[in-house]
Write a protein that binds this ligand. Structure first.
Ligand code: SF4
Length: 331
């Protein structure tokens, strides 16, 4: 029997709060997640579910005045990310973990040429690399993401949105990180370019064995890209499993069912979509019991007062009273 592998990234009991004078926002509420080498894990849910906050916590990039990790641990190759110094974290970001944001302009400097920006990223993390080698690597990275190297002297505004995002990917991959966190990397792009960027990310993942956390609300993207999926709601993971577990017709959390019903199904030619009624609860005033109960058509009395224990079937875990409990504890 194959030895169970040690996860590249292991998140345990993570809680994140944003604290201001007015309110305490419970953004992430005790999540557990493992990512193995070479694996792509989709973090899926509506805006405000806690997906980006989870990613920022892993990168240690939470806004330092308001964002606080109040519980839990994040292990990267067994090293405790939360105990690293700021200097060690700067080193880790880029070299071992990189992040791609939704809007490429968040990551690009409009006053520097694209070549200079890739070069800068290489130089920060490869002190002592010769100028000739750095130049060659810039050209190689541009070629890898399908941009002719002769365009390295151009500025961000001279590129289309899709090309800018591909260059952001080149910058993120410049140091061959072990983990790439991509936060809605294709949402700002039109559908054809979206498909090209996703195909590129898949190719790079295969060739470099990079693990990936892919944050998305798009289940189509999940089916293209992910090995495992965690569905987030109100700062909790409410269902988790392999991509097949999540995408097949098996039992699902009522929120996951709602997510499926709110996307167009081209194969079944369904014309009517039924978005989930109501809104995600205010994270500064979360409801008791199951946090989805105010929006759930299946809610029963227990759902309003008791947090649902996880129902486990192999790798597939659902936190919902409908399915009962098979092991207690939290997903
Ligand atoms: Fe709905 Fe209850 Fe399940 Fe929550 S625990 S999703 S309210 S049935």
């Amino acid at each position: 029997m194959a030895e169970p592998q040690t996860p590249l990234l292991s998140i345990r009991g993570l809680e994140v709060r944003y604290e201001t004078d007015e309110a305490i926002t419970h953004a992430v509420n005790g999540i557990n997640l493992d990512i193995n080498v070479g694996e792509t894990v989709g973090l899926v849910g509506e805006t405000g579910a806690g997906k980006t906050t989870t990613a920022l916590a892993v990168m240690r990039l939470l806004p330092h005045r308001t964002g606080k990790i109040t519980e839990g641990c994040i292990l990267f190759r067994g090293e405790d990310v939360l105990r690293k110094s700021n200097g060690e974290m700067r080193q880790m970001r880029g070299e071992r973990i990189s992040m791609i944001f939704q809007d490429p302009m968040t990551s690009l400097n409009p006053t520097m040429t694209m070549g200079e920006q890739i070069r800068e990223s290489l130089e920060i993390h490869n002190k002592g690399m010769s100028a000739a080698l750095t130049d060659a690597r810039v050209d190689e990275l541009l070629t890898m993401v399908g941009i002719p190297p002769r365009r390295k002297h151009e500025y961000p505004h001279q590129f289309s949105g899709g090309m800018k995002q591909r260059i952001v990917i080149a910058i993120a991959l410049a140091c061959r990180p072990e983990l790439l966190i991509a936060d809605e990397p294709t949402t700002a792009l039109d559908v054809t370019i979206q498909a090209q960027v996703l195909a590129l990310m898949n190719e790079l993942k295969e060739s470099m064995r990079t693990s990936m956390i892919l944050i998305t609300h798009d289940l189509g993207v999940v089916s293209e890209m992910c090995d495992k999926v965690a569905i987030m709601y109100a700062g909790e993971i409410i269902e988790r499993g392999s991509a097949d577990d999540i995408l097949d017709d098996g039992p699902h959390h009522p929120y996951t069912v709602g997510l499926f019903n709110s996307i167009p199904d081209i194969e079944r030619e369904s014309k009517r979509l039924s978005p989930i009624a109501g809104l995600m609860p205010d994270p500064a005033a979360l409801p008791g019991g199951c946090k989805f109960h105010p929006r759930c058509g299946d809610a029963a009395d227990a759902c309003r007062s008791l947090a649902p224990p996880p129902f486990v079937s192999g790798e597939h875990i659902i936190a919902c009273h409908k399915f009962g409990s098979s092991n207690g504890g939290r997903i």
